[in-house]
Design a protein around this ligand. Structure first.
Ligand code: F6R
Length: 602
């Protein structure tokens, strides 16, 4: 949540920062702002609303400079407003700060500063950092940043500038991500790699309480005790084009269409590439249960995986929302493997769940998309989805990549546990290798989904049902639809419908029915009949042979597929359905209201 960027170099800092903020806008879009060093203080422009509004403001109030910081905000403390926007500047206009995170003790710190006569101009927790910096500043900005961060409780990624040191930008972080980029044209800080990818793919990942001093000709790293640090320069493999829309109207659609490619790459890396050695090093015979924990869609991937693992491995699997797992005193020990699933690798609840699992002695395996992220670094084992940068707030390609890695793990574990003979193992892996082509088949024929979705914009509520693995993926279909179309939606296990929800079914209610479990075709079709006989319309996604399209039922068939892996196909259809409903409503699909891509606060 919140995106920060900073630049020091020979080029126009404002243009670089605005461009970087565009790539970070998915992290928050309540307001945005920029500060550059000016004559005797800072020149700051900040504006409530989308980045486009800041750009319009910059046309009337141009800023110029070769070093600066920028911020795009997801409001936590204080409403979205100009005053609450970052950068925050201390009352003496000597120090400017951008902050991502939450300062938990800000009230106490603010009260003390107010007692000393310092006047605050915003309701944010972040302003306290700028004011505290000015309060402690006595000529040495690094010393000041050390003093201030030692007094902060909570999480932060900070970019700090001081008028007395117009050539330097200080960065420090705790529990929130920050990368430092270097290039021949200057140095950068950013919350995420895509913001600077156009300029450099050479980055340092800052660890907690490490300080980076950014200057136009390079970067210096210090520990919180001011000892020099040697950090490893990493090369990012993502291409600059992967963070562009490439002619698609929305990143979400582009990312849906990237799925065949990224699935192929993810499968290859697990079967013969970098992930393979990690997967091969896992000894599942050491565990008596698996726990999969994550948030949102990543948790839905975990729910799909529970069915796959239990079916193939006959090993108990628990799935638990990370926000619950972290506080429930989970029954886990050294014989538990806790699997953390996260696109960003920075979700606060998932990080806390990981730390909780480690503190109880459990082994941890992360499935993460962002290299260098906190979860990737802290988990004992980590495998990476090869999804590339995912910009749309609603996840699509990263989710699909998580699924295939989880299938491959399940097959590997089942083989280790002696549940699969060699030939079945090969057959299943071959089935997984064929998934990208089958997803491509679905994406080549979007007309019927598009047409159906165009008639769905008026619904107040849409239900999703399925049984077994179809129920698991119905959860994701429903989440995808509600988050981007703002249509109320819930997903139920087909058998559960009669225990309450069916009372909501009335004339023309839409129920999306997933039907890919052969032995349950009859059961799910009778659920479909039950809602149709109460006036509902059914959109049936899957291969149930009994279902013929008619006045009340429309069927979207999917390519034939091994049942346990069918969620990979259903989800492509569900993503397209959600996308086209939202597109027909003319909504801001890539940035749904109130959401942010990377949820780094509780
Ligand atoms: C929904 C969505 C979110 C994320 C969740 C976890 O489309 O994107 O529900 O799945 O916030 O995020 P990560 O995977 O980054 O931990």
């Amino acid at each position: 949540m919140c995106g920060i960027i900073g630049y020091a170099g020979e080029q126009d800092a404002v243009a670089i920062i605005v461009e970087g903020l565009k790539k970070l806008e998915y992290r928050g879009y309540d307001s945005a702002g920029i500060a550059v060093s000016g004559e005797g203080g800072f020149d700051v422009v900040k504006q409530k609303g989308r980045l486009a509004e800041l750009e319009a403001r910059l046309e009337c109030t141009p800023l110029a400079g070769k070093i600066g910081i920028g911020h795009t905000r997801w409001a936590t403390h204080g409403e979205p407003s100009d005053a609450n926007s970052h950068p925050h500047v201390g009352s003496k206009n000597r120090i400017a700060v951008v902050h991502n995170g939450i300062i938990e003790n800000y009230k106490k710190l603010k009260e003390r500063l107010e007692q000393k006569g310092i006047r605050f101009s915003s309701q944010t927790d972040s302003e306290v950092i700028a004011q505290l910096c000015e309060y402690y500043y006595s000529g040495d900005i690094i010393e000041t940043v050390i003093k201030v961060t030692n007094r902060l409780e909570g999480s932060y990624a900070l970019g700090v500038m001081c008028v007395d040191e117009p050539d330097a930008l200080i960065a420090v972080k705790k529990d929130n991500p920050l990368v430092v980029g270097v290039s021949a044209n200057g140095s950068f800080i950013a919350s995420d790699v895509p913001a600077i990818l156009k300029h450099t793919n050479k980055v340092y990942y800052l660890d907690d309480k490490e300080i980076a001093v950014i200057k136009k000709d390079g970067v210096e790293f210090l520990s919180i005790d001011r000892e020099p640090l040697q950090k490893k320069l990493e090369t990012v493999t993502w291409s600059p084009g992967s963070a562009e829309k490439a002619g698609y109207p929305h990143f979400m659609l582009k990312e849906i269409f990237e799925q065949p490619k990224i699935l192929r790459e993810t499968v290859n890396s697990a079967l013969s590439g970098e992930n393979k050695s990690v997967i091969d090093s896992l000894d599942v015979t050491r565990y008596n249960k698996l726990v999969i924990t994550a948030c949102g869609s990543a948790n839905n991937a975990g729910t799909v995986a529970k069915y796959v693992f239990e079916s193939l491995c006959r090993l108990p699997v628990e799935t638990e929302l990370a926000s619950e797992f972290r506080y429930k005193n989970a029954i886990i020990d050294t014989k538990t493997l806790v699997i953390l699933v996260s696109q960003s690798g920075e979700t606060a609840d998932t990080i806390a769940a990981l730390r909780e699992a480690r503190s109880k002695g459990a082994d941890t395996l992360a499935i993460v998309n962002v290299v260098g992220s906190t979860i990737a670094k802290e988990a004992r084992f980590c495998i990476f989805t090869a999804a590339g940068p995912e910009i749309a707030v609603a996840t699509t390609k990263a989710f699909s990549a998580q699924l295939v890695l989880l299938y491959i793990l399940a097959v590997n574990f089942a083989a280790q546990l002696g549940r699969l003979d060699n030939s079945t193992q090969m057959t299943l892996l071959h089935e997984i290798e064929r998934l990208p082509d089958k997803v491509a088949e679905i994406l080549a024929e979007t007309d019927s989904i598009q047409k159906y979705a165009s008639n769905c914009v008026g619904y107040k509520s849409i239900f999703f049902i399925g049984r077994n693995i179809d129920y698991a993926i119905a959860l994701e279909g429903s989440l995808k639809l509600k988050e981007i179309s703002y249509i109320h939606s819930e997903a139920y296990a087909g058998g559960e419908l009669k225990h309450g929800t069916i009372s909501l079914i009335e004339e023309d209610t839409l129920v999306v029915v997933l039907s890919n479990c052969e032995r349950l075709y009859g059961k799910i079709m009778s659920n479909a009949e039950q809602v149709i006989s109460r006036g509902a319309k059914v959109l049936l996604i899957g291969n149930s042979p009994a279902a013929e399209s008619g006045e009340k039922l429309t069927r979207i068939p999917l390519p034939a597929c091994y049942e346990l892996f069918s969620p990979s196909l259903s989800v492509a259809a569900l993503q397209l359905f959600a996308y086209y409903v939202a597109a027909n409503k003319g909504l801001d699909i890539d940035k749904p209201r109130n959401l942010a891509k990377s949820v780094t606060v509780e």
